[in-house]
Design a protein around this ligand. Structure first.
Ligand code: SF4
Length: 217
């Protein structure tokens, strides 16, 4: 290898490393701010702010509605029954939170009695989610359920009409699907969600890693 080519590679690697370092420190700064946030009414009843979980360098971001009881108590995203089901779906797709996915929510504090977040709460919390998306820079976003779809894309959108079809949003590919809690209430929806995840696997192979391994698809 020529000296010129070697220097070029070192510069590219150093620049990628610096970008990663800047992203990670910005992400940690954002987390510190969010964990202290009192900007909406939900701060009065929460136990913990749930910033999100997974790999912030992953190329897929999953977005749900908001923390439930177990998430509020632990400060971690999707750790209750819905979270366990979601992890099974990830596993069946060859994905994991450690490597491929970061999971967040439309609101980062639990609405009392798991009610839907109010529009004002969604709007107040949205800039945090938008900043997470900017920093994580996912190639694919999976929206879990109606609140995530309405909160990010369009307040009038219907999850039953749009699930399973790709939406282009701010230069990113978005796949709306049902929330895992809907699958717990109605297991017949599992078939639809698996179809949606198969489309995500195909797209991941197309835009991120052609060698992505999934034994089921
Ligand atoms: S839900 Fe969001 S905006 Fe409201 S207090 Fe929690 S972090 Fe802040």
């Amino acid at each position: 290898m020529s000296k010129h080519a070697f220097c070029f590679i070192v510069r590219v690697c150093a620049s990628s490393y610096m970008n990663l370092f800047v992203m990670e420190s910005e992400f940690e700064e954002l987390k510190k701010i969010v964990l202290k946030c009192n900007a909406c009414e939900l701060s009065k009843t929460r136990n913990n702010v749930v910033f999100g979980d997974g790999n912030p360098n992953g190329k897929i971001m999953c977005i749900g509605e908001g923390p439930g009881y177990y998430e509020d108590m632990s400060g971690r995203a999707f750790v209750g029954k819905s979270g366990k089901l979601l992890d099974k779906i990830f596993e069946a797709s060859g994905f994991s939170r450690n490597e491929h996915i970061f999971i967040g929510n439309i609101v980062k504090c639990r609405p009392p009695e798991n009610r839907d977040p109010k529009p004002i709460e969604r709007e107040t919390c949205l800039p945090f989610l938008l900043k997470q998306i900017e920093l994580i820079d996912p190639k694919i976003i999976i929206l879990l359920g109606a609140t995530a779809l309405k909160g990010l894309i369009d307040p009038n959108a219907s999850i039953t009409r749009l699930r399973g079809s790709w939406i282009e949003w701010n230069g990113r590919l978005v796949m709306p699907t049902y929330h895992p809690s809907a699958l717990l209430r109605n297991p017949k929806l599992k078939r639809d969600v698996w179809e949606d995840f198969k489309a995500v696997i195909d797209k991941y192979r197309e835009v991120v890693d052609p060698k992505h391994f999934c034994k089921n698809h």
